[in-house]
Design a protein around this ligand. Structure first.
Ligand SMILES: [Mg+2]
Ligand SMILES: [Zn+2]
Length: 208
């Protein structure tokens, strides 16, 4: 039997691109620093790149599925020269107030569970990276390890999040950390890796 694959589940807005609100055209897409290069590093190490994104702009009628798909295709053409294309894009088009409850909108784990089934992903060996608590809740519910992208000193009220949630400022740092863990694990011949997260939620002071 072939071994299950590892994936990096990626939030989109605020993780890959600047979160300008409901981006749906190439003109509205602004890469965050170092993101394409970080995706290329993950890819070179054999990680699947799976985007899982809430896109309630569809339920709100701001844009349609066709616009979203053409933006995703454009983003992949940007990534192709680096051999860093996203393997698959998952999105939740819903908004409970408009389209009723669904299983896919983060903090629910529906998109990750579906992606894992479709790509034969080992969820326990995979990571969710996102800039919102709901990203981490979805990743945690799916059984992944999690990186919350935030300034280490940002105030938070994220007491519902697992204390093990790793906090890093951006995707390049998350990439460095995750790939470093792996190198460490190989060097130590140990599954625990032994490299502590630079900052985790458990160590932070809650916002007053
Ligand atoms: Mg986000
Ligand atoms: Zn949904």
């Amino acid at each position: 039997m072939q071994k299950k694959r590892r994936a990096v589940f990626l939030d989109r807005d605020g993780t890959l691109n600047v979160d300008t609100g409901y981006a749906h055209t190439p003109e509205q897409w602004h890469w965050l620093p170092g993101v394409p290069e970080a995706l290329a590093r993950f890819r070179a190490q054999g990680w699947l790149l799976l985007v899982v994104s809430n896109q309630s702009g569809i339920a709100r009628g701001f844009f349609d599925e066709a616009a979203l798909h053409s933006l995703q295709a454009w983003v992949n053409t940007q990534l192709a020269p680096l051999n860093a294309e996203v393997d698959a894009w998952y999105h939740c088009p819903h908004l409970p107030e408009i389209s009723g409850p669904c299983a896919c909108r983060k903090p629910r784990a529906g998109m990750l569970v579906r992606a894992a089934r479709e790509w034969d992903v080992d969820l326990q060996a995979s990571w969710m990276i996102g800039d919102r608590p709901r990203d981490i809740m979805a990743g945690h519910a799916a059984g992944c390890r999690n990186v919350l992208l935030q300034a280490a000193d940002a105030p938070h009220n994220d007491c519902a999040l697992p204390a093990s949630t790793c906090i890093l400022p951006g995707l390049p740092e998350a990439c460095e950390y995750i790939l470093g863990l792996e190198r460490n694990a190989i060097e130590n011949d140990s599954r625990s890796g032994g490299r502590a997260c630079p900052a985790s939620l458990g160590e932070r002071t809650p916002a007053p």
